[in-house]
Design a protein around this ligand. Structure first.
Ligand code: ADP
Ligand code: MG
Length: 292
């Protein structure tokens, strides 16, 4: 493409809220074979709400919720806010905590008057050596509903299974249909539970799912998808998406996302909607075609 056509294309992008930080991206995007997309905050609103709380025998609901909310109040994860909001909705008093710890990709822990409270994914409970089999059926059901199951342990005993659900973002279904119409495969990459991710992918018609990836695993997933399909655009919003945005042939950040993701990206979607992705690809195809 000529410098002029790139300038025109970049300008047209800006008009529709697609910011090309690098002119190169406009040339590469037309050849993209696969769009790999982060789930939380990219396909979904990134504002999950607590939907289910099942208490184990020997524990009391309000006390469990107050304790886990007290721990989550120190976490930045969207899941944490959902749990804190649920406790607030019930006007629960949150006890004081000490020794807060966040284990990225697993969960959080702290102490309340010397009692350890741990909350996180099934793999976190595995790591702690806790048996989650009593909640296996509930976990499968919740996952199949597209909800994220989490577990709470109090004093080393399984106390509850919790589920949060994150609504699909406005424009996501249309964006996926448009990507398919442009001939791309769509893949989801997420740290979330396998069943949950699959249920959401099924609902959205997403072709491939890479779930339960640890933050450093997103880059590996991008590499594997590139090797399998060819040119790849990765779309994400979080701090943990930055390495994958850099690894992709074209990194596309959601403009409402974190600064770190935006810094790492070649393209920024000024509106939060995923519809900017097919728009950017169509623009790339049009721009390059025009100058041939
Ligand atoms: P994602 O952004 O896809 O959720 P993360 O690596 O941030 O990926 O988290 C992966 C999983 O770790 C979450 O789905 C959740 O199960 C668990 N987790 C992380 N942080 C918390 C937290 N504050 N409370 C409970 N669970 C958490
Ligand atoms: Mg995200």
């Amino acid at each position: 493409a000529t410098p002029t056509s790139i300038m025109v294309g970049t300008g047209r992008g800006a008009e529709m809220g697609v910011l090309f930080r690098k002119g190169e991206a406009l040339q590469i995007l037309k050849d993209a074979r696969v769009a790999a997309v982060d789930k939380t905050g990219t396909l979904t609103d990134g504002r999950p709400a607590l939907t289910d709380l099942v208490i184990a025998e020997g524990f009391e609901r309000d006390e469990v919720l107050a304790r886990i909310a007290a721990v989550e109040a120190k976490s930045e994860h969207p899941i944490a806010r959902a749990i804190v909001e649920a406790a607030e909705a019930d006007s629960l008093m949150l006890p004081a905590i000490t020794n807060f710890e966040s284990i990225t990709g697993f969960g959080v822990a702290a102490e309340i008057e010397g009692v350890v409270v741990e909350i996180g994914a099934d793999r976190y409970m595995d790591k702690l050596g806790l048996d989650i089999v009593p909640f296996a059926e509930a976990a499968s059901r919740l996952g199949d509903e597209g909800k994220t199951p989490l577990y709470a342990a109090i004093d080393g005993k399984l106390a509850a299974i919790i589920a949060v659900a994150d609504p699909i973002k406005e424009g996501t279904p249309e964006a996926i249909a448009a990507l398919h119409a442009l001939g791309l495969k769509v893949a989801m990459i997420t740290g979330d539970n396998q069943r949950t991710a699959k249920a959401i992918a099924r609902k959205l018609g997403i072709d491939e799912v890479v779930a339960e990836v640890l933050p450093e695993g997103k880059v590996e997933a991008v590499k594997a998808l590139k090797a399998e399909h060819g040119k790849l655009a990765f779309v994400g919003d979080g701090i943990n998406d930055a390495p994958a945005l850099a690894e992709a042939d074209v990194g596309i950040a959601i403009g409402t996302g974190t600064d770190i993701a935006i810094e790492a990206a070649d393209v920024v979607l000024m509106s939060g909607s995923l519809k900017g992705v097919p728009n950017a690809i169509a623009l790339s195809q049009g721009t390059i075609r025009n100058i041939k």
